[in-house]
Design a protein around this ligand. Structure first.
Ligand code: DAT
Ligand code: MG
Length: 140
């Protein structure tokens, strides 16, 4: 029943010092931290991570943004943590994300649409396994 999810604190949130706030919410919810690292992701890693979005209009700006500075990559664990973290994160568009959610409380549109939205969370068990393999290839 226990599953894992890949969470990213994106460059906008890292630069604003929100990594601790995101970790606080994950731990407050009761999920376990399995692995955590800070890195500025290379474009080829991001191309793997965002393969499902290749060819979309926002793909280039998404990779530009995500490679623009450090991120914190986190593996969390717990029963239904994939769904649970997506709920903590809120809707993709930070303008529409509900207050109380991470994106709703800390994200906004800076004039570039919804690309800068604070966090990533895996959207299914299959995505989580695939994404954890990309970001933490040494994790068993
Ligand atoms: P999520 O991150 O909520 O799973 P997604 O997988 O559909 O959303 O998209 C991945 C990221 O791409 C998202 O966090 C922000 C960006 N994005 C999505 N739709 C976009 C759009 N229409 N314009 C600009 N950026 C977008
Ligand atoms: Mg997604």
């Amino acid at each position: 029943m226990t599953e894992r999810s890949l969470v990213l604190v994106k460059p906008d949130a890292f630069a604003r010092g929100l990594t601790g706030e995101v970790l606080r919410r994950i731990e407050g919810k009761g999920y376990t931290l399995v692995a955590l690292k800070v890195l500025t992701p290379e474009r080829d890693l991001l191309a793997q991570h965002y393969a499902e979005h290749e060819g979309k209009g926002f793909y280039g700006e998404l990779l530009d943004f995500m490679s623009s500075g450090p991120v914190t990559a986190i593996v969390i664990e717990g029963v239904r943590c994939i769904e649970g973290f997506r709920s903590l994160a809120g809707k993709t568009d930070p303008t529409a994300a509900a207050p109380g959610s991470i994106r709703g409380d800390f994200g906004r549109d800076w004039g570039n649409g919804p690309t800068e939205n604070i966090v990533h969370g895996s959207d299914s068990p299959e995505s989580a396994v695939r994404e954890i393999g990309i970001w933490f290839p040494d994790l068993g």
